[in-house]
Design a protein around this ligand. Structure first.
Ligand code: HEM
Length: 127
């Protein structure tokens, strides 16, 4: 993983799918994120697909998510859920663990740190 300009170039579609699978597998098993898990439906498989499609676009790949669902804005789809800083931080923890799990290097983690925080904090709709 070196000589890339976007996270999509570093990971490719396959890598992003692996990241998303690791993200929800962690969410499904770790006590630290039980509250976040409880907000989600029983079957996480459809969410793996949705988040993968989103991240493929968000990380600089083909704009499939926007074309399919009409928008990259995450505020509206999250309105039904009460998301505060605790939920945001659990979401970010799942992402940290998933990046670790797929063997992302430090440069990639660094490249993603601020933008991931920004998008997760944007979804927050209460303190
Ligand atoms: C910050 C904390 C967040 C929480 C607590 C949260 C929680 C949720 C929940 C409960 C759902 C519905 C899942 C279901 O139907 O089973 C959902 C959907 C979704 N989330 Fe999040 N989410 C967060 C942040 C994010 C972020 C930052 C992204 C993108 C980078 C994202 C991407 C998605 C996508 C793509 C969907 C499917 C939305 C749709 O197309 O209807 N989420 N989220």
């Amino acid at each position: 993983m070196s000589g890339y300009n976007t996270p999509f170039e570093a990971l490719g579609e396959e890598g992003i799918r692996a990241l998303t699978a690791a993200f929800y597998d962690y969410m499904d098993s770790a006590a630290q994120v039980a509250d976040l898990r409880a907000m989600h439906g029983k079957d996480l498989e459809p969410m793996k697909e949705r988040l993968a499609e989103y991240l493929i676009s968000w990380m600089g790949g083909p704009q499939t998510y926007a074309e399919k669902y009409g928008s990259m804005c995450m505020t509206t789809p999250h309105k039904p859920y009460a998301i505060g800083s605790a939920e945001r931080d659990q979401w970010l923890l799942c992402m940290d663990k998933a990046l670790e799990q797929i063997g992302a290097d430090d440069a990639l983690k660094q490249m993603l740190k601020q933008p991931l925080f920004a998008v997760a904090d944007m979804v927050r709709n209460r303190d």
